[in-house]
Design a protein around this ligand. Structure first.
Ligand SMILES: *Cc1c(COP(=O)(O)O)cnc(C)c1O
Length: 391
């Protein structure tokens, strides 16, 4: 007997014939409290060949993204939001709206990936760039040229020294020159500040950090004040470049967001207690944290952040004994784990100058702490023990 005479039943045909009863390939109406992980690339059309609620094809758009985007838009008081495959993809989508001959002002010190991308992109496409020292009064205003500057990029507080930029003043300076203001608000989170309320045009997040909060998703987000043509270009860029978020990542981000408020509150309480405890420590030359009254940006931070909740979970320590001592501390703690990144439930410690490489503006005597939600006393004891190991 030939093999072809004795075929197994064609499962796909049988299942398609049973559509409605078995419905193997369409989602039944779900009554689950938690949305399902939507593993699909494409969505059904109805009997009139019309598209349904979900969309057409996942790379273009999807109700699955729109669910998490609606949450982000609501908590940032925005008109619309877009999620991306990473924070860098979100940043790149905004920067890609610049044209040869345009000009951008961006921070000299800040998240190094964004800074390097802006430098690279501007050099490649003949776009003017002025790097601004976020700690120097008036420097941002001087960097903006009316009619030429299209984008003003700020990060507040800035990595890894946590200078604070006045968002309202930056928005006024940008708008007076006909430019738009983008705020990288990854470190503040929507719990502590809504930059759109202070005049920003777009707020950007690396959702890999606090928004997801569990160090297990790479994702990015933009939230806009106005759903205008410029926003349409950015949306188009995501759809054309394909920088979309995967189904599992979308689901995890939505899950992480449910505890954002609790996590940020706890991390902020812990970070302030650590900063206050170690300020003035004999082995440290500085504790950099906007929540400390001694910090140069404290007054602005207090005014523009929800200081009743706190000042966020990020701070840095500078070691009197220099680079070797900083590296020693970064490998001597037990609870603070030696890894880059931030905004997870677990505390991390890193030597920023090593992570960023040779041209890093980060002082080499500095360690950056991402304070998690562990018990505060244990975190303080952990750093005390690490500092004791430095001779
Ligand atoms: C991590 C980070 C980014 C980049 O985001 P990815 O999700 O890693 O691509 C941008 N800005 C800040 C402040 C960050 O911490």
């Amino acid at each position: 007997m030939k093999k072809s005479d004795h075929k197994a039943p064609d499962m796909l045909t049988l299942l398609a014939q049973a559509r409605g009863a078995a419905a193997h390939n369409a989602s039944p109406k779900s009554e689950s409290v938690i949305p399902p992980i939507e593993m699909t690339t494409t969505y059904l059309r109805d009997g009139s060949y019309r598209l349904g609620q979900s969309g057409e094809y996942r790379r273009d758009d999807s109700a699955n993204f729109r669910q998490v985007e609606a949450v982000l838009s609501a908590i940032e008081n925005g008109a619309d939001a877009l999620v991306f495959s990473s924070g860098m993809a979100a940043a790149a989508a905004v920067i890609a709206t610049l044209r040869p001959g345009d000009h951008i002002a961006a921070p000299k010190i800040g998240y190094y990936g964004v800074r390097r991308w802006i430098e690279h992109f501007c050099a490649q496409f003949g776009i003017g760039l002025t790097l601004v020292d976020p700690g120097a009064p008036g420097a941002l205003e001087r960097a903006i040229t009316k009619g030429k500057t299209r984008l003003v990029w700020i990060e507040t507080p800035t990595n890894p020294t946590w200078e604070v930029t006045d968002i309202g003043a930056a928005a006024a300076a940008a708008h007076a020159a006909g430019a738009r203001l983008i705020v990288d608000s990854t470190v503040m989170t929507p719990i502590l500040c809504n930059p759109l309320d202070h005049g920003a045009d777009i707020v950007m997040h690396s959702a890999s950090k606090y928004l997801n909060g569990h160090s297990d998703v790479i994702a990015g987000a933009l939230v806009t004040r106005a759903d205008d043509d410029w926003w349409g270009d950015i949306r188009q860029h995501r759809y054309m470049s394909g920088a979309i978020l995967g189904a599992l990542e979308t689901w995890l981000l939505l899950r992480g967001l449910r505890t954002l408020g609790l996590r940020v509150e706890r991390a902020s309480d812990n970070a302030l207690a650590i900063a206050e405890h170690f300020e003035g420590h004999t082995k440290l030359s500085a504790v950099l944290y906007p929540g400390l009254e001694s910090h140069a940006g404290h007054a602005i931070a207090k005014a523009q952040m929800d200081s009743e909740i706190g000042y966020g979970g990020m701070l840095s320590l500078r070691l009197r004994a220099g680079k070797a001592a900083a590296l020693k501390l970064a490998t001597s703690t037990q609870l603070f784990q030696p890894a880059t990144s931030l905004g997870g439930v677990e505390s991390l410690i890193e030597h920023r100058a090593t992570i960023e490489g040779e041209d890093s503006p980060a002082p080499d005597d500095l360690v950056r702490l991402s304070v998690g939600i562990e018990k505060c006393g244990d975190l303080i004891d952990d750093i005390e023990q690490g500092l004791a190991e430095i001779g």
